[in-house]
Design a protein around this ligand. Structure first.
Ligand code: ZN
Length: 373
């Protein structure tokens, strides 16, 4: 492909310029491996994969870290119901997730930290927060002072409280100074799982796990933090607030890529509502490239509704792109324009329009960069 086309156009993300000189440090919140992979998960990881492929096509050097949240109450409870040790249960579901991602052409990350391997980092994070007065300890639990986190995230108290509870936080915990404080380290006498700490046995809080995994891989900040849109609050807000409080370095993340929610009939796709579309089921009848194109032919931040018609339309667009790629044509300007569009907020729809119009080499370049062959 056209490495000779470079220097590339400027990179923009979330509508803002994101100038890069050195490696691009990227972290994406991965899955809690206790369940099947649905289209909502797939959308997040296909978009991140496409951003990474775009950066590589522009001769930039992305470093990708995608964690596995293998220490989490929902996972522990699911494992207990199944009668399995939590780590074995996580490993089995991780295998299924990896298989789905590989079918979808999502490349393996450079680093894939698992929460249970970073217990020491969470303990160091908790200690740093205590040392700086940003946390306090009650009966073996270390709480982060989160009184200002909701307003910093631009949320009113009512909305913040609803989202807080939806993600398993407890605003009415009487041990807290403020309802919006969150556990960095939680006391637990339940051994499945628990680890020793200076405050007694326990396990990490969810947000603190990601904070610790980012800091241990990248130092005190990173370039792009990605994840599903529903993670904005409380997860990303607390992850970021804890990092900035512990290190004194702000911003924690230079840019965020929060991928829009996938809905069915206007409702968020979620296990709790039972309206799941599974990647494995779609792949029985559709080409992986059609799934990728359905996910990508829109703005990454937009929420959207899945339907069989949407997937059918993507199948048609994919055929049109392959037909265009088979035509003669080697417009260097069009090829440059394809890369320029992708670097401008990963504008796949814009790049696709250029490729369909010009055909030939620019279309083949887009097929390659987006993984649509
Ligand atoms: Zn996370």
């Amino acid at each position: 492909m056209g490495h000779d086309l470079l220097p590339p156009a400027p990179l923009r993300l979330g509508g803002e310029p994101l100038p890069m000189v050195g490696p691009v440090r990227l972290y994406v919140c991965g899955v809690t491996p206790y369940d099947v992979t649905h289209l909502g998960h797939a959308a997040t990881f296909v978009w991140v994969d496409t951003l990474v492929r775009t950066l590589r096509a522009a001769n930039m050097q992305p470093i990708v870290t995608r964690n596995v949240t293998d220490v989490d109450d929902v996972l522990t409870e699911a494992a207990r119901r199944a009668g399995s040790p939590y780590d074995e249960y996580a490993a089995i579901h991780q295998y299924a997730f990896d298989h789905d991602m590989s079918q979808l052409g999502v490349r393996r990350p450079d680093h894939e930290p698992r929460a249970h391997q970073h217990i020491g980092d969470v303990i160091r994070l908790a200690q740093a927060l205590l040392d700086r007065g940003a946390a306090y300890e009650v009966d073996g639990t270390v709480y982060f002072r989160g009184a200002g986190t909701a307003s910093a995230a631009g949320l009113d108290e009512k909305t913040a409280r609803e989202q807080f509870v939806e993600f398993g936080e407890d605003p009415s915990d009487p041990a807290k100074d403020n309802p919006f404080d969150v556990p960095v380290w939680r006391a637990s006498t339940d051994p499945d799982p628990a680890w020793p700490s200076p405050w007694g046995p326990g396990r990490p809080g969810w947000h603190a796990e990601c904070t610790a995994m980012v800091l241990s891989h990248y130092g005190s900040s990173l370039d792009i933090h990605a994840g599903g849109a529903d993670l904005a609050f409380p997860h990303h807000a607390y992850e970021s607030a804890q990092a900035e409080a512990a290190t004194g370095v702000a911003p924690f993340a230079r840019a965020w890529m929060r991928v829009g929610t996938v809905r069915i009939g206007g409702e968020k796709m979620a296990k709790s509502t039972g309206n799941l579309v599974l990647v494995a089921d779609l792949l029985k009848e559709h080409r992986p490239a059609a799934l990728r194109l359905m996910i990508l032919d829109r703005r990454w931040s937009d929420a959207w509704d899945y339907s069989a018609d949407t997937l059918g339309a993507a199948e048609g667009q994919l055929d049109a792109l392959h037909a265009a790629a088979g035509r003669l044509g080697d417009s260097e300007a069009a090829e440059r324009e394809v890369v320029t569009r992708l670097l401008d907020d990963v504008d796949v729809s814009g790049a696709l329009a250029v490729a369909l119009e010009s055909g030939g080499r620019p279309a083949r370049l887009l097929v390659q960069v987006l993984g649509l062959s």
